[in-house]
Design a protein around this ligand. Sequence first.
Ligand code: PLP
Length: 395
Amino acid sequence: MTDVLQARLRERGDRAVLPTYPPRPLAFVSGEGRRLVDEDGNVYLDLVAGLAVVSLGHGHPAPIEALARQAGVLGHVSNLYWSEPGIALAERLRELTGLDRTFLCNSGSEANEAAIKLARRRARTRSGPEKHEIVCLEGSFHGRTYGSLSATWARPKKEPFEPLVPGFVHVPRDDVDALAAACGPRTAAILVEPVQGEGGVFPLEPAFLAAARALADEHDALLILDEVQTGVGRCGAWFAFQRLGVRPDAVALAKGLASGLPIGALVAADVEDGFAPGDHATTFGGSPPIAAAALAVLDAIAGEGLVANAERVGRQLADGLGRLPGVAEVRGLGLLLAAELAEGGAPAVAERLARERRVLVNAVSPTALRLCPPLSLTAGEAEEAIAAIAAVLAA
Ligand code: PLP
């Protein structure tokens, strides 16, 4: 019966949905906290969290109630007009980041597009059209729209869609000399993830970030951090840059900000020659119900101590995984971790973890498992995950 249902969902999906994703092995019907339930009624421990998105866990009442309440009062009015929740969210992000102003949008890619446009707009105004280059890193992932895809490293994601946006340069991660060589009068911005997420969970060296800050200043360029994956408590600080000791000019946020509802944000310092009226826009960005939900998420993260929890349980998870035979290395910050497997075969291990142990992790590379659970993961659930991974690796 259930196989029939699953086959039917797959068939329906295959017929109706454009085939942009690899085959999807499971279909989920409900979730609560760190648990997801599939069509057969099997319950999974979720260490994927919708790809580092569901920061509060599944079904948390705070954003749901805030969304419903706000939607009942005022839904959408467009950015021709002010509405309170978007302003309140921008004010909160100013407090949390120490930066000045926010542009609200709908996704991580869109937040990066805004960042790239801010940098180019500013650079062109100050020094003319030659100053337009964006220096990025090998191994980076910034999204799938044209600007963010041009900033992304992986060739296979880009080649079918060429020509891309010109003016993006890539240098190896943590290579200060290469970064210095790539920067010059043409540089409009340096754009990096403080922890490369999709690239395999590689935290940048604080010294490299400090060098990026100095080079951006030297060349009158912006230092932009893509914290779409690392931000909003995920790395055991509100923002990874606060742990890594660097002050950016702008930060792109998205995933965890509304714990599963679509949102993006560019939070920027008040730079001279930045955006002016008419420069950039989005229809849905700052929609009152989504902004209200994001505020409720930020309140819940603060109220439930989830930033500290991410650090504490993240350490426990990292220590436990690091002790397992078969795990060569654990890297990451807070609850954004990767376990590098000595024997490789990460996709098969992830598949067996789901099938045999009902634990969801994601193979971020052929050799590494990524763990990015809800920030509310408990110590007991972390032990459960470690035991499950140990059992699959031992088998
Ligand atoms: N930037 C980073 C660091 C990401 O991890 C992602 C998505 O995984 C993106 C940007 C793109 O975000 P979105 O898929 O919301 O457009």
